[in-house]
Design a protein around this ligand. Structure first.
Ligand code: GRF
Length: 190
């Protein structure tokens, strides 16, 4: 049984799907939610699932061993980013290497990088007149949205889409695939 930590900054709907998915099997469990915002929705979702949730500031993440100490305390084997808006410091990326995964709500390398999060991504996709969008699940290095791609899934962009309607379809793809791809990656671990 592997131990997962999820880093999240926001609502946490993906984090919740991942907690539920692994509660039902015996590959892994989500042991720890790590969040940089005490008012984020993910905090309550963690509580509901009985998963420990720890809050840190950006400076604590970058400049102290607080977060890496927690990863050790919970014997974390695998790190999942789910709507996490800060860059992970080398202390985490060096330690976990390919055992860190992120999800991005576009077909990377399109519509990734600084400022590209949430509905801004979907607004940019519509603005550019794209005919398809989707999700990218990828490894994480020290640069935003640039790690090697593990998996992508597509949805068409419809003529009457708004950022909200497109976001809804992209979220459905995230919920359908992210937990399964994480499990697949964990099963590949030695
Ligand atoms: C998701 O769309 C994910 O792709 C992106 O951030 C969003 C998080 O949503 N990285 P939620 O907090 O899981 O609802």
């Amino acid at each position: 049984m592997r131990n997962i930590a999820i880093f999240a900054s926001g609502t946490g709907t993906n984090a919740e799907r991942i907690m539920s998915y692994f509660e039902a099997g015996n590959t892994a469990r989500v042991r720890l939610i790590l969040c940089n915002k005490s008012t984020a929705g993910v905090v309550e979702r963690a509580r509901k699932h009985g998963v420990e949730c720890r809050i840190f500031t950006p400076a604590e993440l970058r400049e102290t061993t607080l977060v890496t100490d927690w990863l050790e305390e919970f014997a974390i084997d695998y790190v999942v980013l789910a709507g996490f808006l800060l860059l992970l410091p080398p202390a985490v990326t060096d330690r976990y290497g390919e055992r860190i995964v992120n999800i991005h709500p576009s077909l990377l390398p399109k519509f990734g990088g600084k400022g590209m999060y949430g509905d801004r991504v979907h607004a940019a996709v519509l603005e550019a007149g794209e005919t398809r969008s989707g999700i990218t699940i990828h490894h994480v290095n020290g640069r935003l949205d640039e790690g090697a791609v593990i998996f992508q899934a597509e949805t068409p962009v419809l003529p009457d889409d708004t950022p909200e309607t497109l976001a809804t379809r992209v979220h459905e793809l995230e919920y359908a695939y992210y937990p399964r791809i994480i499990e697949q990656e964990i099963l590949k671990m030695q």
